[in-house]
Write a protein that binds this ligand. Structure first.
Ligand code: GLT
Ligand code: MN
Ligand code: MN
Length: 390
């Protein structure tokens, strides 16, 4: 045990489906036995996690009777209390059942949309019963291959109807649930609607209750699209919309790998942790730090907990590296060395006076263009901190 081992104060969480992943993939059968939710709670607590998240079906197998459901939930609550774990987030599985083959909220068949809403209402009741305050929406089947099957505008409108409907319903129930929308560009469908965090952020602004709805960006999903995850998270934070986050690792251009946090693209991982922890200044992210990842298929149960500890340790090591980087005098000087800030007030606010002053400024474009910005040095310092050389 060292200072990088997690404690509950670190706010790390895992989904039941993450450490419970038995290693099945599209080409092969499971390689590990399924762990029960109660076993997972005990093991996560032992690893220093703060909480556990779930889909409805992860805890209560579909087809359970009301009495079976209540018994399962009671047993799970007991395990949470015994091990001091919380459930900060819950979600609905709207992708496994064959009924969702053409989507859930966006499906053409109204009976499918009704089933999706009903399943989500029940999943929300379950989440609230377990104390969840955030409800994630990942539209894994909300997409298409045969694009002619529906007007994509209709898909967006149906998605809006479903979210507005659920916002009203949770309000009537007195549930204090905030919604977090998770984007993904493709997989399992050929193309998913609302494929990036940026698409989600705009979509939220079209909802009836935008204040209740934010985003749940995932490292792997933004990276699959070849986009900067750090920029997506920054835009969400700047808009006050980072309600939740799915941490993992991914190589660009691959299937959704959901790898151990920080195991690919350390540079992005470092910049992400630096942003979330606010070590460069600016507001910090205070929500749960959720790992939506799973162990390699090569692993036995021991490897799964090695994986879970690794996610949390890497986050804490990167946080320490980010603090050291931002406290480094040379780094501070290089960042402060940016050109004079005297024009900022003029640029920051339009009024007629400022416009006239700006119009009349004598700007030396050639001199400004000649100035080297020393970003090579700044970036090298970042790499040296990241490699532990400073
Ligand atoms: C599924 C998906 C994840 C989502 C989960 C929530 S389920 O594992 O790959 O990205 O966050 O529905
Ligand atoms: Mn996810
Ligand atoms: Mn993923």
């Amino acid at each position: 045990m060292d200072s990088f081992d997690a404690t509950a104060a670190d706010r790390f969480t895992f989904g039941l489906w993450t450490v419970g992943n038995p290693g099945r993939d599209p080409f092969g059968e499971p390689v590990r036995a399924r762990l029960s939710p109660v076993e997972i709670v005990a093991k996560l607590a032992e690893c220093g996690a703060h909480g556990v998240n779930l889909h409805d079906d992860d805890l209560v197998p579909p087809g359970s009777s009301a009495a079976q459901r209540d018994a399962i939930v009671a047993g799970f609550k007991r395990a949470l209390a015994d091990h001091g774990l919380v459930v900060p987030m819950a979600t609905t599985n709207l992708f496994s059942h064959p009924i969702f083959k053409d989507g859930a909220f966006t499906a053409n068949d109204p009976a499918v949309r009704a089933f999706a809403l009903q399943k989500t209402m029940r999943a929300m009741e379950l989440g609230v019963e377990l104390g969840a305050r955030i409800f994630v929406f990942w539209g894994g089947r909300e997409g298409c291959e045969a694009d002619a099957c529906r007007d994509p505008r209709t898909a967006i409108a149906r998605m809006r109807d479903a979210l507005d409907w659920l916002c009203e319903w949770t309000h009537d129930q007195g549930f204090e649930l905030r919604f977090a929308l998770e984007a993904k560009p493709n997989e399992p469908r050929g193309d998913l609607y609302l494929p990036t965090t940026g698409h989600m952020l705009h979509f939220i602004s079209t909802l009836a209750h935008p204040e209740r709805v934010g985003v749940n960006p995932e490292v792997a999903h933004e990276t699959m699209a070849g986009l900067s995850f750090v920029h997506a998270v920054a835009q969400a934070m700047e808009a006050g919309k980072l309600f939740h986050i799915d941490l993992n690792a991914q190589r660009i251009g691959r299937f959704d790998q959901d790898l151990r946090f920080g195991s690919e693209d350390l540079r992005q991982a470092f910049l992400l942790v630096r942003l979330l922890e606010g070590t460069a200044g600016g507001p910090k992210y205070h929500g749960p730090l959720h790992f939506d990842a799973h162990a390699y298929r090569t692993e036995d149960d021991g490897g799964v907990w090695e994986f879970a500890r690794g996610c949390m340790r890497t986050y804490k090591i990167l946080a320490a590296r980010a603090r050291a980087f931002d406290a480094d005098r040379e780094v501070k000087e290089l960042i402060a060395e940016q050109p004079s800030r005297e024009l900022d007030p003029l640029l920051g606010r339009y009024n007629k006076q400022n416009a006239a002053r700006l119009r009349a400024l004598d700007l030396d474009a050639a001199a400004t263009a000649r100035r080297g910005l020393r970003y090579e040095r700044l970036d090298q310092l970042m790499i040296e901190h990241l490699l532990g050389a400073r």
